[in-house]
Ligand binder design. Structure first.
Ligand SMILES: [Zn+2]
Length: 74
């Protein structure tokens, strides 16, 4: 009988310890992430990457700046 009590007590301790161990973490940064910002290679303004025009590894805020930079670099 005494052994049974010890086993139950041990089981309870293990359960409590496990529950403390597995504390539910808050979900890391749920939802959408802030868009990556890129810099216009012509005027230096920062724009969201999805709105930027890209040519190779360079980004531009507008078609005009893209065209200008092509003329300047080539
Ligand atoms: Zn620009």
């Amino acid at each position: 009988m005494r052994t049974l009590v010890i086993i139950i007590v041990l089981a309870l301790i293990v359960m409590i310890a496990k529950r403390l161990w597995q504390k539910p973490r808050p979900p890391a940064n749920p939802g959408r992430q802030p868009g990556k910002m890129v810099q216009c290679a012509n005027c230096g303004i920062y724009i969201p990457e999805q709105e930027a025009l890209s040519r190779g590894d360079r980004f531009y805020c507008s078609q005009a700046h893209l065209d200008e930079d092509i003329h300047n670099t080539s």
